[in-house]
Design a binder for this molecule. Structure first.
Ligand code: NAD
Length: 534
């Protein structure tokens, strides 16, 4: 790779570094960039959110590198798939153990590249460790052959079996660079695929660290490769060559990716944006609801696809809830630290700060009221934005139904449950939602009518996503397909029907008149119907 000769050379690299981040360690990670053709082209380093100085240069690949990586993955796939599942699971469990042991390293990197509070970096570790353990132990069941009744019971033996897709492409964003970069790779690998993952240009080092750790756990070189560079052309090249694509990112990019994948008739899962509602019923425990709202609204500095941006409160308890939420909001400790003392950290990029500031300014200009926050906090950090609560938000304001993706939540007053449901189901997104109520039966009934892929009852956002045995994904503009659970691994396979005959080719035995054979067939149809056979 050639030396950087951009303006960034004039700017000293980020000095607000956590302990693990040294030049030598960072340089060793770039060995994991798959750039077999170009050897890596120069690319500007991302800016570290805490001081807006360059992190470390990571070479970018070219479309030819992506094509070559997919070819190498395709060559490596049969041997990987031929291993017993238990051997693949062993690698994943070793990765789990190394991760739990060395989690501080990746939490340092996540925070440095992306700016979130350390607790939220730890949640990435927690989620990946849970996924690794779960899929290592449950994949055999998820992928087991499925015995079905054959065309002629007793004569035919029929199984639906799962075969790997081949090379799976994974495109992931910067907001959960570890969890979203590897969380889908684990089931794809266990299902016998090889993987080529594209790192987001803001956070490549975190994903490279994960790749290096997998190598320590015993994963062969070309079984999981990481390509780097911008969405166009690197992400596009991935869509053009892999056998299946798991995409996580914005709805706008998801549409582009889906169209490109459709041209090749490859399958895709699309995990996209949300505008997630939280309903507070009249009977809710208001302190719990306020605590849950603050946690879900400001988690990951609001840069979480399932975080809450709309809170719909029954009119009878609106004022009391508002008071409780404002207390919970002002209790949030906003800071840039590499320890666990902050509740909320920095936004990740200047464009995120710009978008959040624009949404709030637009709402205020059109008549919304700021109840808390509503401004950047450059005194704390260059991209820090105060946890914000608004009311009086109306549909002509951009943040009413457009994803803000920042620590901003708007309060809405509902006359009753039906009105709350109407407000919750406004818009085109349908990712995650929440209902707070002491009546679990009523909350469950309401949850089933909310248009969302997941609904949390008496929790803001995390219990559904943290339940790794249950599917996670969106409806409407929030995406297609599910990660986690059975669907989260079976999407990386094709279903193949294998049907065997014990007597050779089925059909009329030689010499049998066809009329007689048809009559026998009709008699059988009537018998099956009468016996209630399905
Ligand atoms: P984005 O769509 O801009 O980028 C996501 C990834 O796609 C990046 O790696 C990017 O380089 C790549 N990309 C961009 N253009 C591409 C193209 N033309 N072809 C192929 N790849 C391309 O998303 P973002 O704004 O960086 O991420 C935040 C968004 O992701 C939010 O909308 C958030 O809600 C969503 N998200 C969804 C989930 C989920 O599980 N549903 C999880 C996290 C984030």
């Amino acid at each position: 790779m050639t030396a950087l000769d951009t303006d960034q050379e004039a700017v000293a690299p980020s000095t607000l570094r956590p302990g693990w981040v040294t030049d030598r360690r960072l340089a060793s990670l770039t060995r994991w960039v798959a750039c077999p053709v170009s050897g890596g082209t120069e690319a500007p380093a991302a800016l570290a959110p805490y001081d807006l100085r360059p992190t470390a240069p990571v070479p970018a690949g070219t479309p030819e590198d992506v094509e070559a990586a997919v070819r190498a993955g395709r060559r490596a796939q049969p041997a990987w798939a031929d291993l017993p599942l238990a051997a693949r699971a062993e690698v994943v469990l070793r990765f789990h153990d190394l991760l739990v042991e060395r989690q501080d390293e990746v939490m340092d990197l996540i925070q440095w590249e992306m700016g979130k509070a350390r607790f939220h970096a730890w949640q990435e570790v927690l989620q990946v460790a849970n996924l690794a353990r779960h899929y290592a132990r449950a994949s055999e069941g998820y992928l087991a052959d499925h015995k079905v009744r054959g065309a002629v019971p007793g004569v035919t033996k029929v199984r639906e079996v799962r075969v790997p897709k081949g090379v799976v492409g994974i495109i992931s964003p910067w907001n959960y660079p570890f969890y979203l970069g590897i969380g889908d790779a684990i089931p794809a690998l266990l299902a016998g695929n090889t993987v080529v993952g594209k790192a987001d240009p803001q956070t490549p080092l975190t994903l490279l660290w994960a790749r290096a750790l997998m190598a320590e756990a015993g994963l062969p070189e070309h079984v999981w490769q990481v390509v780097t560079g911008p969405g166009a052309p690197i992400g596009e090249a991935l869509v053009d060559h892999v056998d299946y694509l798991a995409f996580t990112g914005s709805t706008a990019t998801g549409r582009v990716v889906a169209q490109r994948a459709a041209q090749r008739l490859i399958g895709t899962s699309l995990e996209l944006g949300g505008k997630n509602p939280l309903i507070v019923r009249a009977d809710a425990d208001l302190l719990q609801a306020a605590r849950g709202t603050a946690a879900a609204a400001f988690a990951n500095t609001g840069q979480m696809c399932i975080h809450i941006e709309r809170v719909i409160v029954h009119a009878d308890v609106y004022d009391d809830f508002k008071e409780a939420l404002l207390a919970a909001t002002s209790a949030q400790k906003l800071a840039q630290t590499f320890d666990f003392t902050a509740d909320v950290g920095s936004l990740a990029t200047p464009s995120q700060l710009d978008k959040v500031s624009r949404h709030v300014a637009d709402a205020v200009a059109k008549g919304a009221t700021v109840l808390a926050g509503g401004r950047a906090r450059p005194d704390i950090g260059p991209l820090v934005y105060a946890p914000t609560v608004l009311e009086g938000v109306t549909e002509e304001m951009e943040l009413c139904l457009g994803e803000t993706f920042g620590p901003v939540v708007a309060l809405y007053r509902a006359a009753d449950d039906e009105d709350a449901l109407r407000i919750a189901n406004q818009g085109t997104a349908g990712l995650s939602a929440s209902v707070f109520s002491k009546d679990l039966t009523a909350a469950d009934a309401l949850a089933r009518r909310v248009r969302a892929g997941s609904v949390n009852i008496n929790d803001g956002a995390s219990i559904a996503a943290g339940s790794v045995e249950a599917g996670m994904g969106g409806v409407g503009d929030s995406g297609l397909g599910r990660r986690h659970g059975g669907e989260g691994i079976r999407r990386f396979t094709d279903s193949q029907t294998v049907a065997a005959s014990r007597i050779g080719p089925l059909g009329p035995p030689p010499g049998t008149p066809l009329e007689k054979f048809v009559a026998l067939g009709n008699a059988q149809l009537r018998t099956l119907r009468r016996l209630g056979v399905r």
